[in-house]
Design a protein around this ligand. Sequence first.
Ligand code: NAD
Length: 479
Amino acid sequence: MERHQNYIAGARVAPESKEYYQTHNPACPQQALGEFPLSAAADVDVALAAAESARDTWADMPAPQRAALLMRFSQLLADSKNELAKIITLEQGKALSESTGEVIRAATEASFAAGEALRLSGQTFPSERPGLTCYTVLEPLGVVAAITPWNFPVVSPVRKIVPALACCNTVVFKPSSLTPWSAVFLMNLFEKAGLPPGVLNLVIGPSATGERLVTDPRVRGISFTGSTAVGIHIYECAARRMAKVQLELGGKNPAIVLDCQDLDGAASEIVAAAFLCSGQRCTALSRVIVQDSLADALIERLLAHMKKIRVGNGLEPGTTMGPLVSREQMEIVSGYVRKGVESGAMLLAGGQVLTSDPQNQGYFYAPTLFDRVAPESALALEEIFGPVLPVIRVPDAEQSFEIANSTRYGLAASLFTQNPRLIHEFIKRVKSGMVHVNHGTASQPHIPFGGVKDSGQGAYSIGPTVKEAFTDLKTVYIK
Ligand code: NAD
């Protein structure tokens, strides 16, 4: 089995403790995939020192050169889509077609973000006094920490690292300990693209490694994607030293169905957005809020589309939904389903682990649908992060918007209707970073992405807003 290392100052470096851990394939957990460093404070320290010492030379590289280098990375990423997609499926579980899509998406985002290196422009202003020149410039933050979850092991790091580098920062990257292989692969591509030593450093390890990173005063910006609980903690740590944050957190994204003539189209969009990646997506549609008079017909169509889902090993042709990422995730999902049944919700489909011995046969979970879910129940309010879709019935639009806003989250929301008045009301009233009309929650690689309330903080990722996340503004007066 291959033993992988941290990547610090352009070299593969063993953790100071010399301790490693193994990762496993969630589709057959007895298959070990590799050994990875159990990094600790000393390793984070060395990585931060490398990022600090590379800072000035990286920031001084002419912008077209920096953009060209990052474009080269984007091309290398696209070229290795088959190899990298297989690694994603092996360590994360998702179907190979989804993994391939993830790599292509990451390459497209990277090519847009690479161009930001050429668009780091400030503004000029007329002066109220004669003889003064007034303008603004964008300056790098310095060292940025990139901390990512396991559900998008390629898109999530690329979405942070490439814009941070384009904006002249250096980076220390800590991936989820469940998906470090993709991270190692990405480092190889950045090296091949010609990134100078120390500009990007990888430290692999558990949450304590991330904690060490976010509490270090040398880190001036933190881009974090993960759970709301950890995000709030990171926000507090950063606030103590006024470091900048970009936090992309959990969601409980509603699909509202009102006055809708195309229930089959709505069901098709909802099922795709709810069950892709086994529902382990921050923007997964994770509750349906439907007008009572349409509920039976919609549910019939939801069940029909769910029947087409083929659960299995993501590497097998024909699989459309892989396993859950880990035993822990499987137990969390099972716990919510149990609670749902106890709360009196009607289980219409799924609701069980699909293997008799998941520790050997994989963490496969059946696509699950609940009807008549109480709006105040855990199923309706909490992020489950699994293939579980609760349906909440409402008498009218007023109630649907109230319930949509009743969770702590505000990431994405969809409305399915042909009624223009409801469309405008939905866009105005639903508190959500992203809203979609007659569309699941798919985002695009050049359009700002983020959440409000407990779903996020700081400038949105993707597209032009990344410059706000990864630079400081300086105002200049010259007499
Ligand atoms: P997590 O919060 O447990 O971990 C995320 C990362 O943070 C991991 O690398 C982890 O090791 C690290 N970490 C944990 N504790 C830390 C600490 N105290 N200090 C620093 N780093 C720490 O999340 P997860 O289970 O890996 O991912 C699932 C969560 O991610 C879900 O809540 C999901 O909604 C969210 N997510 C959000 C988005 C978004 O764009 N809004 C996208 C994907 C996932």
